[in-house]
Structure formats: C-alpha cells, structure tokens
Design a protein around this ligand. Structure first.
Ligand SMILES: NC(=O)c1ccc[n+]([C@@H]2O[C@H](COP(=O)([O-])OP(=O)(O)OC[C@H]3O[C@@H](n4cnc5c(N)ncnc54)[C@H](O)[C@@H]3O)[C@@H](O)[C@H]2O)c1
Length: 246
C-alpha cells in the first residue's frame, strides 16, 4: 500500500514542537519527503523520529533570506516542492491593547503573519513550475472570536485567514490550493506556556469538553495537503471541538 503523500515533497514550519512536529511525523509516515523547519533546534529531534525522509533546517520564518533558502533546499535536495505548511507561530505576551508594547506587537506580526506571507511568496513559484501545489496555513479560532489581551496574536491570525483567501483566489486557476486550519485549544508548547486559568477558560468553553491533540490538526493538514483535497481551496476549517459554535 502506498502512502497518501507518496512522491510529494513538503515543508513544515514550526516543526520542532506541537502541531508542526505532528504534521512532520504524519507526512513522513504517509510517504512525503519533508523539510522540518524551526528556530528552536528541536526540529532535529522531530526529524530523528520521522526517519530518513526528513531533513531538519534551522531557520526563522520572519527572515526572507532564510525562508528563500529553505525553499531552495527542498528543491535542490528533492527536486521540487508540492506542499508547504506555514505553521510556525508565537503567542506573544498577554496584555490589553493600550498597554501592549510595540516591540511585542512587531515580533508577533513578523512571525505569525509575515512568516506566512514569506512562506507563500517563495513556495508559489516552485509550485507553479510543476503545475500546482498545496499550501496549508495555520490560523486560529482567534481569527473568528475575540480573545482579550491577545491583540497582536489575534490580528496576525485574522491576517493569515484573509491572506489565505486572497492567495487562493489569485492562484486557483494555476492549481495552487491555499487553505487555512483554525485550531481551538490544542495541547502543545504554546498552551503549556499559558497561565493555567486562561487555558482552563478555553477548555471550559470547548463544547467537547477537552483540549485537542496535535495529531487532530495533523490529520486535517494531511488531507488538505494531499490530492484527496484536489477541489478544495480558500477554505478555513475549525478544529476546535465546537468552541466557535455558540
Ligand atoms: N496550541 C493552540 O492551542 C493553538 C491554537 C490555535 C492556533 N495555534 C497555532 O498553531 C501553530 C503551531 O503552534 P503550536 O500550538 O504547535 O505551538 P508550539 O509552541 O508547540 O510550536 C510552535 C513552534 O514554532 C516555532 N517557531 C516560533 N517562532 C518561529 C520562527 N520565527 N521561525 C521558525 N519557527 C518558529 C517554535 O520554536 C515551536 O517549535 C501556531 O501558528 C499557533 O499560533 C495554536
């Protein structure tokens, strides 16, 4: 039996932890050759777990030359690029809008929004060369509902959702599909770093009554990345246990 991503070449950012690490493990298990990008160093552990088809890369998604270089590496190493999951993200400090430090705002926007823009900017030309590709951007339920004290994070994710729709429209006729995943509260490094009462509040508001697992995000990323989703573009799918339903 062949894997659902057999023959595909993928890049996953934020691959050292949480959802990105789960995506890399799943993609490699399904036959993709995968570049695992992270700024933390933990991408090396993910790649070791994922096996011979995974190459770890240390890079910061907010720096254009670094993004350009890991896209080039995918093509040099594996001959093409079919898939990019622009998943790296940071929450930034909590704070009301009027108290929010400008440098914190700039960093969150740089990683979460500019990082997604740069990933698409350098990946799309490679996808066009091979007649198409799939881009999966990690947005958030924060793009849909208000999370007071997360102004930069929420704005960045609203931007990711908007940019996903726009880019999907721009490249649909050339078979580059662009979709967004909107996770709810998921058990990752990000949520483990939150104040306990903040996280508990999010879990209490989740209709399914529990926190999600990174693998539950990777399942959707796999589907959207694969040819099974060949007529799906410009979508935003909540994976949030019903948080945004009521
Ligand atoms: N965990 C949640 O509840 C939740 C909910 C909604 C959306 N998200 C989004 O999911 C995505 C994945 O986050 P996670 O929850 O797995 O968190 P995580 O902290 O476990 O993983 C994020 C990874 O991104 C990496 N990273 C951060 N800045 C980077 C940069 N500049 N360049 C490259 N890598 C960088 C980190 O080192 C880390 O390994 C993020 O975009 C996050 O905003 C998370």
């Amino acid at each position: 039996m062949t894997g659902r991503l057999e023959g595909k070449v993928a890049i996953v950012t934020g691959a050292g932890s949480g959802m990105g690490a789960a995506m890399v493990r799943r993609f490699c298990a399904e036959g993709a050759r995968t570049i695992a990008v992270d700024v933390s160093g933990a991408q090396d552990d993910t790649a070791r777990d994922a096996g011979a088809n995974c190459v770890p890369v240390h890079a910061d998604v907010s720096v254009a030359v670094e993004v350009e270089s890991f896209v080039r590496l995918a093509v040099d190493r594996f001959g093409k690029l079919d898939i990019i999951c622009n998943n790296a993200g940071i929450q930034g400090p909590l704070g009301l809008t009027a108290d929010y430090a400008e440098e914190d705002w700039d960093r969150v926007i740089a990683v979460n929004l500019k990082g997604v823009f740069l990933g698409m900017k350098y990946a799309i030309p490679e996808m066009l060369k091979i007649g198409g590709g799939s881009i999966v951007n990690t947005s958030s339920m924060a793009a849909l509902v208000a999370f007071p004290t997360l102004p930069a994070y929420s704005a960045s994710k609203g931007g990711v959702s908007c940019l996903t729709r726009l880019t999907a429209a721009e490249y649909a006729s050339q078979n580059v599909r662009v979709n967004a995943i909107l996770p709810g509260a998921i058990d990752t490094g990000m949520t483990r770093g939150m104040p306990k009462e903040y996280l508990q509040g999010a879990i209490d508001a989740t209709l399914m009554g529990r926190i999600g697992r990174p693998e539950e995000i990777a399942n959707l990323a796999l589907f959207l990345a694969s040819d099974e989703a060949s007529f799906i573009t410009g979508t935003e799918t909540q994976v949030d246990g019903g948080y945004t339903l009521v």
